[in-house]
Design a protein around this ligand. Structure first.
Ligand code: SAH
Ligand code: SF4
Length: 388
């Protein structure tokens, strides 16, 4: 006797609006059900079909049979004295990713992860140091927004305890996990889901040029580029993907996005300040020349140290001189300040727990003794913009 096939339930958090319409049409239901269910899930944070009171009992029964609403499993929630919240989320295989909520006076920014680790090995990044395991699904990405919104008890409130902005600046390189990231950003902006405006959803990338070139055909959001160096020689070291896609290819891809976007009239240029590495006036000069024809805002990020790193944070004085030089050249420059250091969270250098498939640790051990690994306790800090 053959065992009946057990069909896996569809996790509705994986579905965008179009996916939801298709799902209901396959169930023999009307398309307006898609809107109703999207609202229940994303606007009311419901996970039990029985709470969906405007859906008929028969339809709810059908849904229970074939579908589920399964958000990420929370391992821990930490709240900082300044209101910053960090969630550690369970990922199968004994792993964890992190999501951070940063409240400010007029907004609440959620820093979302896109991968378990990152394969790109930027030399100053703690996530890159830890290696890579796998891409997150749409449910796991939008699920971070879903659970933060549930925790904060409702979106669209005017106080700063709601998610008003999302930045794809957690763990991972968003453009290396293209479709689930695009799907998730679509849901962030969908009026029946989170309804955030295009300018309040930011994709940050280290510069995966082929994906960046096609991105505007699929989604229009605010764009941030992790530049970190004004020339290829230095960027090859700090952001190794630059060897594949050098600055001369990255800049036209940025322009292509800006030229065709309604959301990103300016690109945010992220520039981590590393003492004695990329923070001299000569570097500032080169940067000013490089960005001459690019509408942009420059974000200087004081380096957040982690134990295995040899880099140090630039001094306050060199950050100020760097910034002043660029401001005199007519650039808008924002230096991020740190927040939430009492809960050890940093947007852009989150730790998590990654079963590295890239064998980075082994390769490191084999390749050189040059790297220093110290176990000393470190303080990670959340970089937050001083002003906008
Ligand atoms: N992978 C994407 C998005 C995640 S990283 C990217 O690289 O853009 C988000 C931001 O944090 C990037 O600008 C990244 O360069 C920065 N970052 C990474 N490690 C950091 C550190 N140790 N200190 C300060 N900023 C860091
Ligand atoms: Fe990956 Fe971004 Fe870290 Fe580079 S900075 S290793 S791209 S997460």
């Amino acid at each position: 006797m053959s065992t009946p096939e057990v069909k896996e339930k569809v996790n509705l958090l994986n579905l965008t609006r179009d996916g939801m319409v298709e799902f209901f049409s396959e169930l023999g239901e009307k398309p307006f059900r898609a809107t109703q269910v999207l609202k229940w899930i994303h606007q009311f944070g419901v996970e039990d079909f029985d709470e969906m009171t405007n859906i008929s009992k028969a339809c709810r029964a059908k849904l229970k049979e074939v579908a589920e609403i399964k958000g990420p499993e929370i391992v821990s929630v930490q709240e900082s004295a300044d209101g910053t919240i960090k969630w550690a989320l369970h990922i199968p295989g004994g792993q964890a990713i992190e999501t951070v909520f940063i409240p400010e006076r007029h907004r609440g920014t959620l820093c979302v992860s896109s991968q378990v680790g990152c394969a790109l090995e930027c030399t100053f990044c703690s996530t890159g140091y830890q290696g890579f395991n796998r891409n997150l699904s749409t449910a796991e990405i939008i699920g971070q927004v879903w659970l933060a919104a549930r925790h904060l008890n409702g979106l669209h409130k005017s106080d700063n305890r709601a998610v008003t902005n999302v930045v794809m600046m957690g763990m991972g390189e968003p453009l290396a996990n293209y479709q689930p990231v695009v799907n998730s950003m679509e849901l962030m902006m969908d009026d029946n889901a989170y309804g955030l405006s295009k300018r309040r959803v930011t994709l940050s990338t280290s510069g995966m040029v082929p994906q960046l070139k096609r991105l505007i055909d699929d989604i229009d959001v605010a764009l941030a580029i992790s530049l970190h160096a004004p020339n290829d020689a230095l960027r090859d070291i700090l952001v190794p993907i630059n060897k594949k896609y050098p600055i001369a290819e990255l800049m036209p891809a940025i322009h292509h996005y800006l030229d065709n976007s309604n959301a990103a009239r300016k690109v945010t240029i992220e520039y981590v300040m590393l003492k004695g590495v990329n923070d001299s006036l000569q570097h500032a000069k080169e940067l000013a020349t490089l960005l001459k024809n690019t509408p942009c805002k420059i974000n200087l990020i004081p380096f957040n140290p982690f134990p295995q790193s040899d880099y140090a944070t630039s001094t306050r004085q060199s950050i100020d001189s760097f910034s002043d030089f660029l401001i005199k050249k007519g650039y808008v420059v924002v230096t991020r300040r740190t927040r939430g250091d009492d809960i050890d969270a940093a947007c852009g250098q989150l730790a998590g727990k990654i079963n590295d498939k890239t064998k980075r640790q082994t390769r490191r051990e084999q390749s050189s003794s040059a790297e220093t690994v110290s176990n000393k306790k470190y303080k990670k800090q959340i970089p937050v913009e001083l002003s906008n």
